[in-house]
Design a protein around this ligand. Structure first.
Ligand SMILES: [Zn+2]
Ligand SMILES: [Zn+2]
Ligand SMILES: [Zn+2]
Length: 364
């Protein structure tokens, strides 16, 4: 492990000029001169650009490399902006080099890292376990409202991060850390952007208006207040009684909505939440409840990363079938267990589709 660090400072303004030292050298770049930067030549990056898109692009370029010296590279920033994407905000050279040494020590403990983005992402959090967890950020532009910015930098195939986190939490690789939020979302696609409105309980029209009703005690007629108004006096349009005393001759019933489509009168509207992403309409009690947590690696998870047991990270393939390697390894392990201890039992079922069924399926 080198004790001399090469630092690349990328900035369009003069945010930072690093002091010189015997154990580090510094090169400066702007976004225009970035093509001159060779990631293989540097150990630490201090990236300070104003546009989030440029920052994300540059960080994705680092985190998507298959070279572990590159994708595990410490990347700091010199300003208090999008700091959740970085390893931290630059403070002084000693702290920066100390951080880099810790990362290198952790990196040396990992024997091998699989090529998947998931494995690289785990290695990243493993090397940063003392500094950084899988923290969530909130952004109203995001359809799901909350997202994991650092994980997104690694996620090259746009996988569903929440499902993946659920799966690896179930496999005890990560555990919940801080509870961040709980809110309602679409029960079909889990998007958080919902349009709330109220409609007529009879014909479901949104065209409803609040109106005043009068209830005549003489004949029981209930109708719109304006139909009772005659020469600035209240008179029942049905029994023609003059209504003077509130509470004795008339009152105002609870119905206060009138549907402009079907003329239905009602006292309570039905609330509807329409998902702005997939369009699904829900009654409010049908909405899904989402709880958001930060996550951190468990001790089991750390061991998996150290010993390169990538099976546990990707047990399932893209259509949710168990991967063959894991399936065969599991059968072999189960058979050995059975030979050692007859109390351990397992079953294997083979389902074979008859040819006729194949033909029938094909003909559909
Ligand atoms: Zn209606
Ligand atoms: Zn009346
Ligand atoms: Zn939806």
């Amino acid at each position: 492990m080198t004790d001399h660090y090469h630092i690349a400072v990328i900035q369009n303004d003069d945010y930072l000029e690093l002091e010189k030292g015997s154990n580090h050298s510094v090169s400066y770049f702007t976004s225009e001169s970035l093509q001159d930067l060779n990631l293989h030549d540097i150990d630490i990056m201090i990236l300070t650009l104003d546009a989030q898109q440029q920052v994300v692009q540059q960080l994705q370029c680092v985190r998507s490399s298959e070279d572990k010296d590159i994708f595990l590279m410490p990347v700091f920033t010199a300003q208090d902006k999008f700091e959740y994407l970085y390893d931290g905000i630059y403070d002084n050279i000693d702290t920066l080099l100390k951080f880099c040494r810790t990362i290198n020590e952790k990196k040396a403990q990992i024997t091998n890292i699989q090529a998947s983005w998931q494995a690289r992402c785990f290695a990243y959090f493993y090397t940063r376990a003392a500094y950084k967890n899988m923290d969530v950020s909130k952004d109203w532009h995001n359809a799901y409202l909350y997202y994991y910015p650092v994980i997104e930098l690694f996620n090259q195939d746009n996988s569903n991060i929440s499902l993946w986190l659920d799966e690896i939490r179930h496999n005890k690789i990560i555990q919940r850390d801080k509870h961040i939020a709980a809110f309602f979302c679409c029960n079909q696609c889990y998007a958080a952007h919902l349009e709330f409105s109220e409609h007529c309980p009879k014909c479901k029209s949104f065209h409803i208006e609040t109106v005043e009703f009068i209830h005549c005690f003489h004949c029981g007629n209930t109708d719109l207040e304006k139909k009772f108004m005659l020469n600035n006096q209240l008179r029942c349009p049905q029994c023609h009684s003059k209504l003077k005393q509130f509470g004795i001759e008339y009152d105002r019933p609870l119905e206060s909505y009138l549907c402009q489509e079907c003329q239905h009168k009602f006292s309570e509207t039905e609330a509807v939440a329409a998902c702005m992403l997939c369009g699904h309409k829900h009654q409010t009690h049908e909405l899904a409840k989402q709880s958001i947590y930060n996550y951190k690696l468990t001790e089991t998870g750390k061991r998996y990363i150290q010993y390169d047991t990538d099976y546990s990270l990707q047990v399932f393939d893209e259509i949710n079938y168990l991967k063959p390697e894991f399936f065969y390894a599991f059968i072999e392990w189960s058979a050995k267990m059975y030979h050692r201890n007859k109390d351990y039992q397992f079953s294997l079922i083979m389902i074979k589709a008859p040819k006729a069924l194949h033909r029938r399926q094909q003909s559909f």
